[in-house]
Design a protein around this ligand. Structure first.
Ligand SMILES: *[C@@H]1O[C@H](CO)[C@@H](O)[C@H](O)[C@H]1NC(C)=O
Ligand SMILES: *[C@@H]1O[C@H](CO)[C@@H](O)[C@H](O)[C@H]1NC(C)=O
Ligand SMILES: *[C@@H]1O[C@H](CO)[C@@H](O)[C@H](O)[C@H]1NC(C)=O
Ligand SMILES: [Zn+2]
Length: 417
């Protein structure tokens, strides 16, 4: 039985209430061959599947582990189809709404200290950026590099000495809105770096010699939307001409073989590339900033989730970068260091051969611009919680990732002049 609400009331309800995910499921399917891969693609055509991994139905292929979300209503259809075709699958999440609620399992802190073991909304993150500057003005400064389509500020925290000409590393988090552990890591990094300066030998050495630029939330509008309206939001919130669909995938909007994947040209796709390279205000702000500091930036690191990988160029071609041996060596050292803490296993390699072909990514763009060390982390986990990693895993995730990032930074310090 459905209640018919007066149109006005319905509109207000929609405007306020966040989307719920009661009974929604996340399936993991392993197609054994191309025929089975095509069955998944066909199902995606007739049902609304939200692909978690890979991030787009076009990438589904034989032997790949495919994770997607489906509504309660459609999950029966999907399950019967998988059963009928005798496909290998499991249900990773039985009731997504429950997982959405369960991710907030971090310790409540009654003081108004900023907890690094909780997820924070945009307002709290802005307050946190101010606090970091006020606490360590000699070491932290906040730079507004632009604003978003919805006119929110884009803040980069600079950690290190005033000297702009020193070598530096640029890091960004939260380019995809629903990957919440990513901004949590950027907050952790800034806190730990400033706190351990003068105490931890490596961090002291790093900060004595170089600067870090940290953009804690890249896709601010999308991030806000993921808190207030739809936890599963990925893209930004820009309106697209001649389409009812909203948002651009900022990580397809960079000027790196931008128009080479036809499937990214549909505004309704989660991987929509935008109407032109750098069409998004957010992308433009970041690329302008990086171009403006290109002489000093020696490494670019971007943080995503999930799947536990450390990736380097290229995504848009199977061609290897000229220094791929170097990049592979650093990635090995970095992921080895990461595993020492909790034995978390990461795989590493070029994007194209490790995951699949992607165009317009920030990583490839930064590399082609001349930053010779560019890496993308896909943080925890491998799919048990996916984008809904519980808060109780923020601390271990950040601790191990910190080890990996320090290895990269140490390498840069030693090998660039
Ligand atoms: C899938 O994996 C199996 C076993 O590892 C292998 O024999 C087969 O060739 C693979 N198929 C494809 C299309 O990669
Ligand atoms: C989102 O992306 C679109 C398409 O490129 C862009 O025009 C818009 O400014 C972006 N919106 C936000 C909020 O970033
Ligand atoms: C993108 O790159 C191409 C080729 O390098 C260049 O001609 C073009 O001006 C760039 N576009 C933007 C928006 O930077
Ligand atoms: Zn991502």
């Amino acid at each position: 039985m459905r209640f018919i609400l007066p149109v006005g009331l319905l509109a207000t309800t929609l405007a306020i209430a966040p989307v719920r995910f009661d009974g929604e499921k996340v399936f993991r399917v392993k197609p054994q061959d191309e025929t089975e891969a095509n069955i998944i693609k066909d199902l995606a055509r007739t049902n609304e599947l939200d692909f978690w991994y890979p991030d787009d139905t076009h990438h589904v292929s034989a032997n790949m582990t495919v994770d997607f979300r489906v509504s309660e209503k459609e999950s029966q259809t999907i399950q019967s189809a998988l059963d009928q075709n005798k496909m290998h699958y499991e249900i990773l999440i039985h009731d997504l709404q429950e997982e959405v609620e369960k991710q907030f399992d971090g310790k409540e802190d009654s003081s108004d200290r900023h907890s690094y073991e909780k997820y924070h909304n945009w307002e709290q993150i802005v307050a946190w950026t101010e606090k970091m500057v006020n606490k360590r003005p000699e070491m932290v400064s906040r730079i507004k590099i632009g604003s978003t389509a919805e006119d929110n500020p884009l803040y980069v925290l600079k950690i290190g000495k005033e000297d702009e000409s020193r070598n530096s590393i640029f890091m960004d988090c939260g380019i995809h809105a629903r990957e919440w552990v990513s901004p949590a890591f950027c907050q952790w990094f800034v806190y730990q770096a400033t706190k351990s300066y003068g105490k931890n030998k490596i961090m002291t050495k790093l900060l004595d010699k170089m600067n870090f630029y940290v953009l804690p939330v890249f896709n601010v509008d999308g991030y806000i939307w993921s808190w207030t309206k739809n936890r599963m939001w990925r893209k930004n919130r820009s309106k697209n001409q001649n389409s009812k669909c909203i948002g651009t995938d900022l990580n397809r909007n960079f000027n790196a073989s931008w128009d080479s994947s036809p499937q990214t040209s549909n505004p309704c796709e989660e991987t929509y590339r935008g109407h032109a390279p750098e069409s998004e205000k957010e992308t433009k702000a970041v690329t302008d900033f990086i171009r403006g500091h290109l002489k000093s930036i020696k490494a670019y690191i971007t943080f995503h989730s999930y799947s536990q990988m450390l990736l380097f160029p290229y995504g848009y071609t199977s061609k290897l970068p000229f220094n791929h041996e170097d990049l592979a060596k650093i990635a090995k050292l970095s992921t080895d260091a990461l595993s020492t803490r909790y034995e978390t296993r990461y795989i590493y390699g070029p994007i194209q051969s490790t995951i699949y072909r992607t165009s317009g990514s920030s990583l490839d763009w930064a590399f082609d611009l001349g930053i010779k060390h560019t890496f993308a982390f896909e943080l925890r986990d491998k799919g048990k919680f996916g984008f809904l990693l519980p808060e109780s895993q923020i601390k271990p995730t950040c601790k191990e990732t910190m080890l990996a990032v320090k290895v990269i930074a140490k390498y840069i310090l030693k090998n660039t002049s």
